[in-house]
Ligand binder design. Structure first.
Ligand code: PHE
Length: 345
């Protein structure tokens, strides 16, 4: 009798053709649960004679396996069809979602522009460390110890036990020193980089900012070369017709020294808040490299002369994009940064 039952269920399992997930569940409840058909058959199996056990046991195990495989196949069938159904319900005609890519920081954009302009004139890019020693940041640049000119730039010093104090560089002029110490004239390079000054953070001052300084040392370099180079730079960066003017100034490392103003790019010289009504804005310091500096760096001042200049990238960026608060550059507010997304270069 058990034999017939097994044969009958085997046929049923074989023919079972589920139409839905519900049919599959009904199959499981009928055959595979603790009180299901198969377990009951195994119960019955316990009481058959030992001779019958041999063949029936095999049949019964096969039945169990067949039911399990059948159920597994059903699960796969419905899972797969569910997935296809899901894909099919997606509207393939919808436009794709754009993905957001980053943009360059305005200071990087402007630095790159400045570098490109000077490259056209044959300047190479030089870099140096942000943590400097006194020699490269001050002494070699003709700031004698205790000289009040050291106070022109509020410096972050770190006192070291061995007395060799170090500092965060206050300007990239330190890179000029390194360059001259380690090479032979002619030198024609610009030095972009971050510099640090011990100032309270406000809209108009920050404890760090970025500079591009430049150096040209060769035989017979004159102030006229300096003026022409800077004039070319200003026309390229701010457009034809931007006026420049030089005012005498003082830096320990240049003699004579000057500051250069350009006609205000915002009001075109009429007077506005950016230029405080004067029509002019200062953008850089410059001058002829002081012979003492050349000598300190191992360059013969009898044979060579040179000019140097230095500007803040923030200042130039403020003028180009009319940015009025320096803090915006380092706050990383995406509402600010996103405005430069179209300027990917
Ligand atoms: N090093 C000066 C500064 O940081 C800028 C400068 C460079 C001036 C070269 C003259 C010549 O303010």
């Amino acid at each position: 009798m058990l034999h017939e039952k097994i044969a009958q269920y085997a046929a049923e399992i074989k023919q079972f053709a589920p139409q839905s997930q519900e049919d599959a569940e009904a199959f499981r409840l009928k055959f595979l649960v603790a009180k299901g058909v198969i377990r009951n058959l195994f119960e019955e199996f316990k009481s058959v004679s030992p001779e019958q056990k041999r063949t029936l046991g095999k049949d019964l195990n096969e039945l169990k396996l067949a039911a399990e495989l059948k159920y597994k196949a059903m699960q796969e069938q419905f899972a797969a069809s569910q997935a296809t159904q899901k894909v099919n319900t997606d509207d393939l005609t919808l436009p794709g979602e754009g993905f957001v890519i980053g943009s360059r920081h305005p200071l990087s954009l402007v630095r790159k522009e400045i570098v490109e302009i000077f490259k056209k004139l044959g300047f190479v890019v030089a870099e140096g460390p942000e943590i400097e020693d006194d020699w490269h940041n001050f002494t070699a640049l003709n700031f004698p110890p205790e000289h009040p000119a050291r106070d022109m730039q509020d410096t972050f010093f770190i006192k070291k036990q061995d007395g060799n104090d170090i500092a965060l560089r206050t300007h990239t002029s330190s890179v000029q020193v390194r360059m001259m110490e380690n090479g032979q004239p002619p030198f024609r390079a610009i030095m972009p980089g971050r510099v640090y000054r011990n100032e309270a953070i406000s809209a108009r001052a920050h404890c760090f900012f970025h500079q591009v300084e430049g150096l040209y040392v060769d035989e017979n370099v004159s102030f006229a070369d300096l003026k022409q180079t800077l004039y070319f730079f200003v026309q390229e960066l701010f457009g034809d017709g931007t006026k420049v003017r030089f005012r005498p100034s003082y830096f320990p490392f240049t003699e004579p020294s000057a500051e250069m103003d350009i006609s205000c790019t915002i009001c075109k010289g009429k007077g506005c808040a950016m230029c405080k009504g004067s029509g002019w804005v200062e953008i850089l310091g410059c001058g002829m490299v002081d012979p003492n500096v050349l000598e300190n760096c191992g360059v013969d001042p009898g044979k060579y002369s040179g000019y140097a200049f230095g500007m803040g990238i923030e200042r130039v960026t403020n003028l180009k994009y009319e940015i009025k608060d320096l803090r915006l550059f380092s706050e990383n507010d995406v509402r600010f940064l996103r405005q430069f997304e179209t300027e990917l270069i």
